[in-house]
Every structure is written in structure tokens, then in C-alpha cells.
Design a protein around this ligand. Structure first.
Ligand code: NAP
Length: 235
């Protein structure tokens, strides 16, 4: 039985991915800032802190074995006019959304290298397709994540490890609803649905289905790809 680690697995998309991978028959451990109390393999760890990651992974390996599947879903956004964005805020967003993935991949890579098999899926963002005003740090971090995905795919392919990205668009999660509540979406979710080709909001299960495929044996020839899951909002 394979062991997967899902970051951001206590909420929204990460939670949906963790549930799906468990249903697929994998051991799943989650890392999050506020882990779920109901989950035996939910760890409190900030992905921007390599020491917290290492502590969590030591326990994961002892209980569930080596980690050969990694889904990086932890993320945070920041809406701020660029001229009002402090360098501290910029660094925090890059730290969580991009450096967090650096730390996670480095932490699990020895297990994947030993197994000569691995799957990494990075949850980026549909905002990387065309940019997004007032989200420069977030879009820069997520665009960096797409680039990291492509480079790692080339570097790790010879070791049996695939690396892909899923940029979600408009998925009904606490993050999306927080943005709606603050009036930051440029309309309500309902109004956006009318502008979405498939005429609905996405769900964590939509992203989880893509991840489930990308980590499967069937997807072994797919690497370095950016698979948009956005209801046709970005093509
Ligand atoms: P969410 O419901 O807010 O879930 C994100 C999770 O990540 C939360 O549990 C959050 O913890 C956790 N997290 C934040 N910073 C962390 C850190 N430093 N270390 C560990 N965990 C951390 O948001 P979501 O919508 O599911 O987003 C999941 C991913 O999809 C994110 O990477 C996001 O950027 C991306 N995404 C989402 C959408 C969308 O439409 N929803 C669109 C594009 C991209 P706390 O809640 O405790 O802070």
C-alpha cells in the first residue's frame, strides 16, 4: 500500500484530495496549520518550516512507511495593490506557496529515489494563466510553482518520479468563500457561475479526481504537465 502526504489537507481542496486518495486505497497523512482532530494521521506543520516538516515526516514514516506520493495543496493568498504590498507580505506569500513546495519535495525525495517511483502533484492556480490584479505575490509564487514542476519533471523522470501541476479555477472552498465575503471576487460566486462555460462552481472532488489520475500507474507517461481544472474558464 502506497503512502501519500497531502499538505493543506485539513480544508478545502487538500481535504478533498486526502479523502479521495484514502478511498483509492492509499495511506494518507496530512500536514496543515490546524490539523483535523478526527484524523489519526493529521500533523500540525507549517510548510514554510523545514524542521516542522521533518518532525512530521519522521512520524509518518514510522507509522505508514516511506512516502512516495506528495500532493502540495497548502496555500495562502493575499489581495493587495502592488504599491501597498510590503516586502514582508511578498516574502510570506512566496514562502508558503513556493518555498513550502521546495521544502516538501526535498523532504520526501529520498523515499521516492529509494523506491525508484514517485508522484508529485502541485496545486498551483488558474490565476497563472493570465495574471490577476492585486494578487502579484500569489500569482508570482504559483507561476514559479508551475516552472518548478516542469524542471523537476525533467530532472526526476529518469528516477521513475513524475511531477505535474493542477491549477484550479474557482473551486468552492473556504478560501473562495472568504474572498467572496470580502467582495474580492469581482461578483458573487453565483454571478461567476453564469460566466463559467460548464455553468457551475468547481468542487474539491473535481481537483481530487485529477490528482487521483495523475498519481496512478496509468499516468506514468504524463509528467511536467499543467492540467487546468477550471470548468473552461481558462483554456
Ligand atoms: P483553503 O480552504 O484555505 O485550504 C488551504 C489549507 O492550507 C488550509 O487548511 C490552510 O490552513 C493551509 N495552509 C495555509 N498555509 C499553510 C502553511 N504555511 N502550512 C501548512 N498549511 C497551510 O483553500 P483551498 O481553496 O482549498 O486552496 C487549496 C490550494 O488550492 C491552495 O494552494 C490554493 O492557492 C489553491 N487554489 C484554490 C483555488 C480555489 O478556487 N479555491 C483556486 C486556485 C488555487 P489555515 O486555514 O489554518 O490557514
Amino acid at each position: 500500500m502506497k503512502t501519500a502526504v497531502v499538505t493543506g489537507g485539513a480544508s478545502g481542496i487538500g481535504l478533498g484530495i486526502a479523502e479521495r486518495l484514502r478511498a483509492d486505497g492509499l495511506h494518507v497523512a496530512t500536514l496543515d496549520l490546524n490539523p483535523s482532530a478526527d484524523d489519526d494521521f493529521a500533523y500540525r506543520a507549517d510548510v514554510s518550516d523545514p524542521e516542522q516538516i521533518a518532525a512530521a515526516l519522521t512520524d509518518v514514516r514510522a507509522k505508514l512507511g516511506p512516502v512516495t506520493v506528495l500532493v502540495n495543496a497548502a496555500g495562502m493568498e493575499k489581495y493587495r495593490r502592488f504599491q501597498n504590498l510590503s516586502f514582508e507580505e511578498w516574502k510570506q506569500i512566496i514562502d508558503v506557496n513556493l518555498h513550502g513546495v521546495f521544502h516538501m519535495v526535498q523532504a520526501v525525495l529520498p523515499d521516492m529515489m529509494s523506491a525508484e517511483w514517485g508522484r508529485v502533484v502541485n496545486i498551483s492556480s488558474s490565476s497563472t494563466h493570465s495574471g490577476q490584479p492585486f494578487m502579484s505575490a500569489y500569482v508570482a509564487a504559483k507561476s514559479g510553482l508551475n516552472g518548478l514542476t516542469k524542471s523537476l519533471a525533467l530532472e526526476l523522470g529518469p528516477h521513475g518520479i513524475t511531477v505535474n501541476a493542477v491549477p484550479p479555477g474557482f473551486i468552492d472552498t473556504p478560501m473562495l468563500r472568504r474572498s467572496e465575503g470580502k467582495g474580492l471576487l469581482g461578483g458573487t460566486v453565483e454571478e461567476h457561475i453564469q460566466r463559467t462555460p460548464v455553468r457551475r462552481v468547481g468542487t474539491p472532488a473535481d481537483i481530487a479526481a485529477a490528482c487521483s489520475f495523475l498519481i496512478s500507474e496509468d499516468a506514468g507517461y504524463i509528467t511536467g504537465q499543467i492540467l487546468g481544472v477550471n470548468g473552461g474558464r481558462n483554456t
